[in-house]
Ligand binder design. Structure first.
Ligand SMILES: [Zn+2]
Ligand SMILES: [Zn+2]
Length: 134
């Protein structure tokens, strides 16, 4: 846990799963990869990071789907809301920013996996751009 009292809560659509991030998100980024597009059923997914020790499930439990070897995508087993991303070669856990109670606290700074971007997605050109992952 961090020594700050900053805390950001979030959860799924039905309320069965709730979580808290302690401290400010370590990053926020739009990911345009095809796996994220499928996982969230949208043109891209917006993620916010947290150190694993600063992420806490406060209600219910997260169901895990291994979408690629070593990649664990978490969702609510009741309503299906996509919630988290964790990977073996990944130090932070990521939550889908839109599942935060106040998504405004996680303003994205970056677009990643633009190789997979859908042509109908319009980018904010002020954000950092990466064809794959930095
Ligand atoms: Zn749910
Ligand atoms: Zn992705």
């Amino acid at each position: 846990m961090t020594d700050t009292n900053e805390k950001h809560e979030g959860g799924c659509l039905c309320g069965a799963v709730r979580y808290a991030l302690h401290g400010a998100p370590t990053y926020s980024a739009h990911c345009h990869c095809r796996s994220c597009q499928h996982a969230v059923g949208a043109g891209f997914a917006t993620w916010s990071g947290a150190k694993p020790e600063n992420f806490e499930v406060t209600k219910g439990e997260i169901t895990i789907h291994e979408s690629s070897p070593g990649v664990r995508r978490g969702f609510c087993g009741n309503c299906g809301t996509s919630l988290t991303y964790a990977g073996d070669d990944w130090t932070d856990i990521a939550v889908l920013s839109a599942t935060l109670d106040d998504p405004g606290v996680a303003k994205p700074a970056t677009n990643v996996y633009l190789d997979h971007k859908q042509p109908w997605v319009i980018l904010d050109e002020k954000l950092r751009k990466y064809d794959k992952f930095p």
